[in-house]
Design a binder for this molecule. Structure first.
Ligand SMILES: C[S@@+](CC[C@H](N)C(=O)[O-])C[C@H]1O[C@@H](n2cnc3c(N)ncnc32)[C@H](O)[C@@H]1O
Length: 248
């Protein structure tokens, strides 16, 4: 399912640049401020395409018609995505069950881009998020990923992986990554993100703090830090992702 979904997202041109170009910089800026009016106006003025369908679902968090959804996911199929918990049917409409947006970055190994799933934000849900909410990429996430040491290492522990993006970044220079979380839902979403983006070598483990590694016998004081203790170099933006409407 994930490789088929990746094929559909690629075919739709679902990239940071593609989404910004879809509704323009003004609408993108308005989305950053938490309003989707300008994006909706831009979409209404152009024909519906697989890209506009996918962006409407996963960035704006709004439903689309079944026919548009069928055209947006020709390889995966809407029913498969509903079964997988990515989409849901809402009367004769198809709605997102997850937030899923493109994410682009530059690190010492070069430029890269992924799609990152997380739980829907408050605007899409229409109510407050739950305690089990799995956060997407926010400012703290990009700051932390920018602080990762880009040096080859054998093994990295990502404790509290959430949507898994730190583990995926760490895997770019680590032979293997152990990603843990106290939330089974977070681990399911993190595993989905790794599969969707073809990132292997991450061992996802459920548990609190150091319990999942060596039965809790890991000595935190013996661990090598995997992040810098100083700010990353200033200059071009290292990470770009369409911001969530709830300001994260
Ligand atoms: C704010 S999210 C951070 C996610 C990710 N590291 C990032 O940078 O975006 C914190 C994560 O830590 C997890 N967490 C909280 N307490 C934990 C614990 N005691 N052991 C393991 N994970 C925990 C939460 O379930 C959540 O997924």
């Amino acid at each position: 399912m994930t490789s088929a979904l990746a094929a559909d997202l690629t075919a739709a041109g679902y990239t940071v640049e593609g989404v910004d170009a879809l509704w323009g910089t003004e609408a993108a800026a308005a989305l950053h401020r938490g309003t989707r009016v300008a994006a909706l106006r831009a979409l209404a003025a152009r024909p519906t395409t697989p890209l506009s369908t996918v962006a409407t679902l996963f960035v704006l968090g709004l439903p689309v018609s079944r026919a548009d959804a069928d055209r947006g996911f020709p390889t995966t199929g809407v029913d498969t995505l509903v079964s997988a918990g990515v989409l849901r049917t809402d009367a004769d409409r198809v709605a997102p069950a997850l937030d899923l947006r493109p994410y682009a970055f530059v690190d010492d190994l070069g430029a890269g881009s992924w799609w990152i799933a997380s739980d829907l934000g408050e605007l899409a849900l229409g109510h407050a998020i739950s305690e089990e909410h799995v956060l997407g990429i926010g400012g703290a996430t990009t700051t932390l990923s920018g602080l990762q040491l880009p040096v080859p290492v054998r093994r990295v522990l990502d404790l509290g992986t959430g949507c898994g993006v730190q583990a995926m970044h760490a895997r770019r220079f680590a032979d293997e990554v152990v990603a843990t979380d106290i939330s089974s839902r977070a681990l399911a979403i993190a595993r989905f993100n790794a599969l969707l983006n073809g990132v292997d070598g991450i061992d996802f483990r459920l548990g609190s703090l150091f319990e999942p590694v060596a039965g809790g016998a890991v000595r935190p004081d013996r661990l090598e830090p995997a992040v810098r203790h100083h700010a990353p170099p200033r200059g071009r933006p290292r990470l770009r992702v369409p911001r969530r409407r709830d300001g994260r």
